[in-house]
Unconditional design. Structure first.
Length: 328
């Protein structure tokens, strides 16, 4: 289903870390233009203050200005890194949620953008405005160009209002071997470290019956397990219908691991959880190719229908789909 008004403009802004290599942003703009998107770079996008893309006041102004623009656009972060945690107490999320809903923007990003998207979701932003997906530098700025699968996922979401993801991987806690298992619920999540940082804060949404997707980078398997257990003990995992682990960039084995891997962590967490399967190898994270999805809450249209086939032991084939209504 096409949008009544197509989103053919990408506004690039930098709410978190400073650019590491400006050539990445140059190539990203050229790549997006080659895909028939108009591009606009916020004036503050290339600033640097210590490790940040400008001081807090500058980055807040950039976010507010992007959200306030009346022309519906894809608001794409240049990169993640670290920086939004400083801004959370200073942003007026109810006002920003109202603006993004009214103006029909689509906020695209992942990594550090997890906290911004979830805070907006908590404040009432429509799922159709929150795309957990690519960012300019990492996904569109490579010298070899954008990955074809990443691009097709992004275009399908932006132009067709649809997500369709199929993948092979591992599953723990699924016991039916001969018929598909259907899981329906709101899909949400993002970076594991950022979700843990939101626990106990006013910006963490409460999602029940959801499909929680998690990813991270540069974390060893035991730290990933510790953060998953933190979400479990805080009551988050127990409210979900499925936990989906994305790409963790192949955590390197530690000196003391002795055969312990991310699979070991996933299996243990599912055994403690008991009530929901833990699925692995979802094609999302600090990786290529990259799928995407709309952050959805209870009552929002970003519901996934996930079919899981388990023909051989722990192998599974999953399909997550979501259709969202026009923004206007």
């Amino acid at each position: 289903m096409k949008s009544e008004i197509e989103l053919n403009k990408v506004v690039i802004f930098s709410p978190s870390g400073a650019l590491i290599d400006e050539a990445l942003l140059d190539r990203a703009g050229a790549q997006l233009q080659a895909e028939d998107f108009q591009t606009e770079e916020m004036p503050e996008a290339r600033l640097r203050t210590e490790r940040f893309a400008g001081d807090e006041t500058t980055r807040i102004h950039s976010i507010e200005k992007a959200f306030a623009a009346s022309a519906p656009s894809v608001l794409m972060a240049s990169r993640g890194g670290y920086g939004l945690s400083r801004l959370l107490p200073l942003l007026n999320f109810p006002a920003l949620a109202k603006e993004i809903n009214t103006n029909g923007h689509l906020l695209s990003g992942h990594s550090d953008l997890t906290s911004l998207q979830l805070a907006l979701l908590k404040a009432g932003a429509n799922a159709s405005t929150l795309l957990h997906g690519p960012m300019a530098c990492f996904d569109f700025g490579a010298e070899q160009g954008v990955d074809s699968l990443t691009l097709s996922h992004f275009k399908r979401a932006v132009q067709d209002n649809r997500v369709d993801i199929r993948w092979d991987g591992l599953a723990f806690g699924l016991h039916v071997q001969d018929q598909p298992i259907e899981v329906n619920g709101p899909v949400w999540g993002g970076n594991l470290t950022l979700l843990c940082s939101l626990l106990g804060t006013p910006w963490m949404p409460e999602i029940k019956g959801g499909i929680l997707i998690l990813e991270d980078v540069n974390e060893p398997a035991y730290k990933i397990e510790r953060m998953l257990l933190q979400l479990l003990h805080a009551g988050v995992l127990g409210k979900q219908q499925a936990i989906v682990l994305g790409n963790f960039c192949e955590p390197k084995p530690g000196t003391h691991d002795n055969g312990y891997t991310l699979q070991s962590a996933a299996r243990f967490v599912q055994q403690q959880l008991g009530s929901a399967p833990v699925l692995m190898n979802f094609p999302f994270g600090h990786c290529t190719p990259k799928a995407c999805w709309f952050q959805g809450g209870q009552g929002h249209p970003a519901w996934w229908k996930m079919l899981l086939n388990v023909p051989r032991g722990k192998s599974f084939f999953g399909c997550g789909t979501v259709t969202r209504p026009p923004r206007w």
